[in-house]
Design a binder for this molecule. Structure first.
Ligand code: CP
Ligand code: NVA
Length: 310
């Protein structure tokens, strides 16, 4: 194995294609070892602090279980209880935590806060979701796509709905592995221009294509993977009603599904708002990969921790 050249995982954009593949192949190996009951204490005695400024089911549990399975120990750090919540600076928090821990995972609002934490920490920092990006989710999702389809090149992923953190990281992820991605978002809810520009640069390198439209039918046409996410993300609760109105024609339902490839799979990072961005018939249908997707958070993130913290 070649050395991982990064201290942190802040965005998939920062990784090389080879580093993405390293994460995926180690993730698959650790998954197989887990299933076979073969111990893999790659981070024996190491500690991971997990800072949460937003809610979480999957991220918290998969990181905490993951570090334990690697022989280490995870500490759940709610920002309500940390002095961070009372105004201690990110820089001081970073320098103090670096004296105790071997790694930090943080879920917060601003991407800049994660970057600052990484800058002032001497230990690896892992982005566990910001308003801008959700890299661990998408690296896990790539693992799931690979398991289901055994390739990336030649595949098309359609993302339908809000041009949010998931849309951004999916663009970066697809661009790295040469998967085409088509996004359909309503006017006013398009992905961030700078992210699109950066992802298009990555796509040019790998040979993949990024298409952005307002038309869900156009995006889903011939798709191998259909992805959606909530219409109002954490922190946007006050906009729930206007977002529902803006995105009502962006529901992944049986009629839209007809346009995808016959063997297409459905993906959603979860939690889902059933009856809004997706209907029960799709999310509970035979095409749905959502629970494999959730499980793979554990395996992919164990690989990420092992590569960054070993
Ligand atoms: N998909 C995901 O990150 O889920 P949680 O918000 O439950 O962590
Ligand atoms: N876009 C969602 C993803 C949750 C995992 C949010 O940020 O709330």
């Amino acid at each position: 194995e070649t050395a991982f050249s990064h201290k942190d995982l802040l965005s998939i954009h920062d990784l090389t294609q080879d580093e993405v593949y390293q994460i995926l192949s180690l993730g698959l190996k650790l998954k197989a070892q887990s299933k076979a009951g073969i111990p893999h204490p790659l981070l024996k005695g190491k500690t991971l602090g997990m800072i949460f400024q937003k809610s979480s089911t999957r991220t918290r549990v998969s990181f905490e279980v993951g570090i334990y399975q690697l022989g280490g120990y995870g500490l759940f750090l709610s920002s309500n209880d940390l002095q961070l919540g009372r105004g201690e600076t990110i820089a001081d928090t970073a320098r103090v935590l670096s004296r105790y821990l071997d790694g930090i995972m943080i879920r917060t609002f601003k991407q800049k806060d994660v970057e600052d934490l990484a800058h002032y920490s001497s230990i690896p920092v892992i982005n566990g979701l910001t308003d801008l990006l959700h890299p661990c989710q998408v690296l896990s999702d790539l693992l799931t796509v690979y398991e289901k389809k055994q390739r990336f090149s030649g595949l098309k992923l359609a993302f339908i709905g809000d041009g949010n953190n998931m849309a951004h990281s999916l663009m970066f992820g697809c661009a790295k592995v040469d998967m085409d991605i088509a996004l359909a978002c309503p006017e006013g809810y398009m992905p961030d221009d700078d992210i699109v520009k950066a992802a298009k640069t990555d796509a040019q390198l790998s040979g993949s294509h990024i298409t952005i439209t307002t038309d869900p039918a156009e995006a889903i046409e011939g798709a191998d993977v259909v992805y959606t996410d909530v219409w109002a993300s954490m922190g946007q609760e006050a906009e729930t009603q206007e977002r529902k109105k803006a995105m009502q024609n962006y529901q992944v339902n049986e009629s839209l599904w007809q346009l995808a490839k016959p063997d297409a799979i459905f993906m959603h990072c979860l939690p889902a708002h059933r009856g809004e961005e997706v209907t029960d018939a799709i999310i509970d249908g035979p095409m749905s990969a959502i629970f494999d997707e959730a499980e793979n958070r554990l395996h992919a993130q164990k690989a990420i921790m092992a590569l960054l913290m070993a």
